[in-house]
Write a protein that binds this ligand. Structure first.
Ligand SMILES: NC(=O)C1=CN([C@@H]2O[C@H](COP(=O)(O)OP(=O)(O)OC[C@H]3O[C@@H](n4cnc5c(N)ncnc54)[C@H](O)[C@@H]3O)[C@@H](O)[C@H]2O)C=CC1
Ligand SMILES: O=C(O)CCC(=O)C(=O)O
Length: 510
């Protein structure tokens, strides 16, 4: 009889039926063999076939209908509007990558034609295009059961690059994962692709995930989750006889900088908007504003009044899993009992077993700089305000900070000179710098960067959201003096695919 995993309903603490079949080591071997066999076929499919496949995955997910929405809700405690919104984002992301594939720009086709008459030596014919790196292991995130999970951004970008994907399902939402996996398999059948283009591993622990990362047939890893988990996978991948890249999105506290003119003109309104961003989705976003740096003065007091009023009246929200809830409570208790930290506001007392009680704390500049652990991520609706004497002190705090996904600046025109002096250090610390807003609600777009220096990610050269994410799973191959008939169509004379190519240093469509 097959062993089953039952997720926990975070609202009640009870197991969810039906259970989902667990994988075993033989499944890892089979899935890796199938993915390897599928890779050669899949990466050589036409751009149109691959784009249509991504669109078919989106269509099949939509066809899963209510069964999917309800299973996500019961496994995560997330409300319907959020789940439907996340499904739309997931399908939109798949369709966006279909556009990327059709465009063909990701191939980065380059041609340096031969120059037989060049002096003193003739030039060879050089042609470059990107190909997929090989089968990719994707670790789905707990906090985005759709958009960062089985058919999420990592999977969409790897499939777009021409790489088969093996997903390690997050144990918090196995039923959701199974429904989405079924949709992907249906799209594979509909598009007549090899079954090995997609596989999924389900387990309660971490052993099969680790086995996947160390399997020699896996060529890259994508992960969203804890710093500890990401680091473990990086070490496992680096220790392989053939090391492979790990694209882990891990830990970020997303500093919010409050500049004096903005605080003076609209401190209270910024405080209210901050509290909304802090509590959205029970704060379970890696873009959650976990650190606020504010310049001392009446404007900052107005910010605090606006934020605390909103936090103190806030209803508690169910967190995703008992484990995430316990980790949140531990993090909040650590801050509440810290000698250098004062509690400014707490949300309403919890009513369910895994409810998060929002929290806002305050410390001063010296206290923050003294204890490096004050910048540890507390995953959930908790934030720490650091009161600094003036905007000049921001650079001291920024120098002390680890890498971040986002840094938000609340500023008015009189603040521009000081912001100008800070921009170089902001760029060195974060993947995205944003003004008069908050990092939550990441737009899936061409110019998006959802990345940043360690520990925000393991590789600051990339992003896990937006079309640039495809680059993680590509590598360039150069063809020297290959006869036309042997070249890929992307590189043949006459440009049969009609894509942009760099010819002799200039972008052209011929
Ligand atoms: N910054 C962020 O984006 C996020 C941070 N978190 C943090 O992570 C904590 C736990 O949440 P989870 O989502 O469960 O993250 P996690 O990192 O514990 O697990 C994510 C996935 O990686 C796997 N995994 C973890 N460690 C592994 C290892 N050593 N070897 C092989 N596989 C491993 C897990 O089984 C799971 O499938 C949260 O309390 C929060 O602190 C969680 C979600 C997102
Ligand atoms: O806020 C978002 O839309 C994305 C956040 C994210 O990537 C995460 O929490 O893992």
């Amino acid at each position: 009889m097959t062993d089953l995993i039952h997720a926990t309903d975070p609202k009640t603490g009870k197991p969810i039926d039906p259970g989902i079949a667990l994988s075993d080591e033989a499944d890892i071997d089979r899935l890796c063999a199938e993915a390897t066999a599928a890779f050669r076929i899949y990466r050589n499919t036409s751009l149109e076939t691959r784009a249509a496949f991504l669109e078919a995955v989106a269509a099949e997910i939509m066809e899963s209908g209510e069964a999917l929405i309800e299973r996500v809700m019961v496994e995560t405690g997330l409300p319907r509007t959020r789940v439907e919104g996340e499904r739309a984002r997931t399908c939109g992301q798949l369709r966006l990558f279909a556009r990327v594939v059709r465009d063909g720009d990701f191939l980065d086709a380059r041609i340096d034609p031969a120059r037989p008459d060049r002096q003193p030596l003739p030039r060879v014919d050089l042609r470059l295009r990107n190909i997929g790196t090989g089968p990719v292991a994707v670790f789905g995130a707990s906090n985005f059961p759709l958009a960062f999970s089985v058919a999420g951004g990592d999977t969409a970008s790897a499939l777009a690059a021409g790489c088969p994907v093996i997903v390690k399902a997050h144990p918090a939402h196995p039923g959701t994962s199974e429904i989405v996996a079924t949709a992907i398999r249906a799209a594979i059948t509909r598009c007549d692709l090899p079954a090995g283009v997609f596989g999924m591993v389900v387990e309660t622990g971490i052993e099969l995930g680790a086995a996947l990362v160390t399997d020699p047939r896996i060529k890259a890893v994508a992960f969203t989750g804890s710093r500890q988990g990401g680091l473990a996978l990086m070490q496992a991948a680096a220790g392989r006889p053939e090391p492979i890249p790990v694209y882990a999105e891990m830990s970020s506290i997303n500093p919010v900088l409050l500049f004096p003119a903005a605080l003076a003109s609209r401190g209270s309104a910024i405080g209210q908007a901050f509290a909304t961003s802090l509590q959205i989705g029970a704060g379970q976003f890696c873009t959650n504003p976990g650190l606020v740096l504010g310049t001392d003065g009446p404007g900052l007091d107005a910010f605090i009044a606006g934020a605390t009023a909103s936090i103190e009246g806030a209803m508690p929200q169910t967190m995703l899993t008992p484990g995430i809830h316990a980790a949140y409570d531990r993090g909040v208790s650590r801050l509440a009992s810290h000698a250098g930290v004062r509690t400014l506001a707490r949300g309403d007392a919890p009513s369910g077993p895994h409810d998060a009680q929002a929290a806002l704390f305050e410390t001063d500049l010296a206290g923050f700089l003294e204890d490096g652990h004050l910048q540890d991520e507390v995953f959930g609706p908790s934030s720490l305000l650091v009161r600094v004497p003036d905007a000049g002190a921001f650079s001291d705090v920024l120098a002390h900070l680890e890498g971040q996904l986002t840094i938000a600046l609340h500023m008015d025109e009189p603040d521009h000179p000081v912001v100008t002096t800070l921009l170089p250090v902001l760029e060195e610390k974060a993947g995205r710098i944003l003004v008069n807003g908050f990092g939550t609600g990441v737009e899936v777009a061409d110019a998006m960067v959802h990345g940043g220096p360690f520990p925000a990610t393991s590789d600051s050269r990339t992003t896990s959201v937006g079309t640039l994410a495809i680059r993680r799973f590509l590598r360039p191959v150069c063809y020297q003096d290959l006869p036309q008939a042997l070249l890929a169509r992307a590189l043949r004379d006459g440009n049969p695919l009609g894509i942009n190519r760099m010819i002799d240093g200039k972008i052209a469509k011929h």
